[in-house]
Design a protein around this ligand. Structure first.
Ligand code: AMP
Length: 446
């Protein structure tokens, strides 16, 4: 089931995949990790060797640490109580600071990832019981984490006090299931129960669920708006929002704010499909399939190396000449980051005969790096942080360029104003300890 769920979460990372399985009683744990897509990393033989009654899985999308296998998760170590394993989605903004302190105390690290500090903090905690040790470790973390931890036969699920990254709970045949998105529950036929609350810590032991004291001092919830804009799958529900409906609402609002005279609306598949449908609905301009995405090539952006990016655009997208030739085209994308994909796409559309290209973004300009788990480039590399909209229009070579406004996005998906939208606004809701302590280069995304 964990293997299947990882398949459903593949869009969240393509660098590596891994599973830990824990035998009943927790004394023995098995692990398998591999590079690349789930189907490459975990073959049938490997998965069938992972016997047990509890399992954790992870797919990797790096924000901290390189692509080497040693940085893949789950992390598994031997601990007094049996195996201790961790999977982590997010980015600790004091990870380097904690690591430096642990290293000066004699801790030996095996990987380059921030997640490993969690293992050391649990192991070094002076608290007497495991619940206390886990709580002690989690309370020292700043930044974003949705984590699953097993210690012996016990499973813990927790979200940071801001609730940056998602974590949902479901039930399948009386067993508890935790995952980043509801699509991972759907694929195994688990019933969605609820999202974990910010700061919430749950424990599953002997099949029994217990809510433990929350971690960290209460702070304003700040779930990541970029999950709704780009990252999550449209069939998932996040924090009570349908991802598809949220994107459509952004697309409709975009059509109101940034109308265009055109013959068709096309999307940059797949992440902008829902927004482009919303734009088409609102504007009355027909939606067409003008770009076809090759699904056998990974997301260009998600790969750590940026070399050959323009070539990758051609590998990944093909224009449909019959749709585009002689047409005035509105192209809807979910976000503009570096601008390199878009530049390549515009060339493709022109070559296929589009007479006018009107580029529309279903989110505001991305001007600020993310320190909470979305892999964004440095501030200097974010095209909107160094150029005006008119300059970007020129760089892209489009007839017009329009972004969704901050107010429009808020109205469409976040009327209560609770989301973290730091990548658009620059208002970071949690302390950036490593950055302030000089542990990382200013403006570095992670
Ligand atoms: P760019 O060419 O850098 O402007 O990339 C924009 C494209 O990358 C859009 O089509 C987005 O769907 C996609 N994108 C935006 N943010 C990310 C991210 N953090 N990771 C991967 N892809 C992204």
């Amino acid at each position: 089931m964990v293997f299947l769920s990882l398949y459903a979460l593949q869009h969240r990372g393509q660098e590596a995949a891994g599973i830990v399985a824990i035998e009943e009683g927790g004394k023995q744990a098995h692990i398998h990790k591999g590079a690349g897509l789930v189907s490459d990393a975990l073959d049938e033989e490997a998965v069938s060797a992972l016997t047990g009654t509890t399992a954790l899985g992870h797919i990797r999308y790096s924000t901290v640490g390189g692509a080497e296998l040693v940085n893949a998760q789950p992390l598994l170590v031997r601990y007094a109580e049996g195996g201790l394993s961790v999977v982590h989605n997010g980015n600790l903004t004091n990870g380097r600071e904690l690591r430096a302190n642990l290293v000066s105390d004699g801790a030996l690290f095996q990987s380059g990832i921030d997640t490993e500090v969690i293992v050391h903090l649990i192991a070094r905690s002076r608290r007497e019981d495991i619940d206390g040790q886990v709580a002690d470790a989690l309370s020292q973390l700043e930044g974003s984490f949705s984590v699953l931890i097993t210690v012996g036969p016990t499973l813990y699920a927790a979200r940071d006090r801001h609730g940056f990254r998602p974590l949902v709970m479901g039930v399948k045949d009386g067993a508890y299931v935790f995952a980043s998105e509801t699509c991972a529950l759907d694929i195994i036929g688990a019933r969605y129960v609820r999202d974990l609350e910010p700061g919430e810590v749950l424990r599953v032991r002997n099949g029994e669920l217990t809510r433990l004291p929350s971690v960290g001092t209460f702070s304003q919830a700040a779930p990541c708006i970029f999950e709704l804009v780009y990252f999550a799958r449209p069939d998932s529900r996040l924090w009570g929002h349908s991802v598809d409906r949220s994107r459509r609402a952004c697309g409709r609002q975009l059509a109101i704010e940034q109308p265009a005279e055109a013959d068709c609306v096309i999307s940059v598949p797949d992440s902008a499909n829902s927004a482009a449908l919303g734009f088409a609905e609102q504007s009355g301009i027909p939606f067409e399939l003008g770009l076809i995405r090759n699904h056998y090539v990974g997301r260009t952006f998600i790969e750590p190396s940026q070399s050959g990016r323009d070539f990758k655009v051609r590998l990944k997208y093909s224009p449909v000449r019959e749709v585009l030739a002689g047409k005035r085209v509105v192209v809807v994308d979910d976000s503009l980051v570096r601008g390199t994909t878009s530049r390549g796409l515009v060339n493709l559309l022109r070559e296929a005969g589009a007479t006018e290209v009107h580029f529309r973004l279903a989110s505001p300009p991305v001007k600020h790096p993310c320190y909470f788990g979305i892999d964004m480039p440095t501030r200097e590399e974010l095209v909107a942080s160094r150029s005006t909209t008119e300059e970007i229009r020129e760089q892209l070579g489009v007839d017009s360029l329009g972004y969704l406004s901050m107010e429009g996005m808020t109205r469409a998906v976040d009327p209560d104003g609770t989301f973290c939208s730091a990548c658009f606004s620059g208002n970071y809701p949690a302390p950036l300890v490593d950055l302030e302590m000089g542990h990382m280069a200013a403006g570095c995304g992670a």
